[in-house]
Design a protein around this ligand. Sequence first.
Ligand code: TXA
Ligand code: MG
Length: 349
Amino acid sequence: MDTKVVRIDESHKDEALLREAGEIIQSGGLVAFPTETVYGLGGDALNPASSRKIYEAKGRPSDNPLIVHIADMETLPAIVKSVPETAKKLADAFWPGPLTMIMEKSDLVPKETTGGLDTVAVRMPSDAVALSFIRAAGGYVAAPSANRSGRPSPTRASYVAQDMEGRIEMILDGGDATLGLESTIVDLTVEPPTILRPGFITGEMLRQKLGRVEEDGTLFRADSGQAPKAPGMKYRHYAPEGELVIVKGAAAAVTDYINGRLLEGRRGHKKTGVIATDETIAAYGADVSRSVGKRADAAAAAKGLYRILREFDDEGVELIYSESFDGEGISQAVMNRLLKAAGHRVIDV
Ligand code: TXA
Ligand code: MG
């Protein structure tokens, strides 16, 4: 299959291209599209065959449910049993935007889309191209992140092409994703509502609207002993080709420790990498050094993390040390993804 890659952006929104993309979805094909979080691999959410194709293109187990993307609030009632009050409040505050809500599904949504579950994950993205595309596609686009299973979520169209060339009909190139990490997922089918994946819409923001909101105990610890509630969380997540270790502690101690290990790695003829911040990057002696930006700028770290991880793989880095990102809000989402990529290997110095 030839994958057509087309450049499209808000200011040059090409109606004919969007119509073409929409028709591909409506006839059962797949189109990757930009969202404000990461690129999605879209298919018709109401067509079981399309969902099967998504799993195949991704190389993803079919019991891992997909997020259904919508563009208008009026389209929500048809795919859920009922719209909970909590969903109305959160939609008012955070949609369109980087929030996914889990609700009881209606019969319209096939089990192929929800990985066999009776619940459905729904998100209304804020990206203007995404919204136009979803409408052109008939209103319900099932989309996981557009990476092949085991790769970081793609934050630009060229990364989608690396993973999906020849496997899907079209890639809509809308430039770099503005946020860079996947949406927050909140389960509204349980009491209290529970965060299954941290993101830009933080626990604090959700609590302001709903009162009590819990966090799934598996989000930050590998040894919590609990089964993860989002099926996707149980799979081995993206892990870089090289060994990734997070180092935690006072800044100077972290730099010293990492430099010691880097030296050791290089003596062992390993290609080394480091993930640091603008404040510290110059202090490291790695083969490939990458800064996520200023330490205080968690949004920059979120935006750059997946790109950096892909670059390490592309450069064949074998041993990677990363500074730790503690803090509230977006830092938690950054740390959650970093911990997964590191297989929860953290060293306290
Ligand atoms: O930002 C995002 O959410 C991106 C863009 C494309 O919208 N999408 C995304 O999809 O990250 P994906 O498939 O890579 O991650 C979806 C996660 C998986 O961990 C999956 O298990 C969970 O959502 N999920 C989906 N439906 C669920 C459900 N009914 N119950 C619990 N977890 C669910
Ligand atoms: Mg994903």
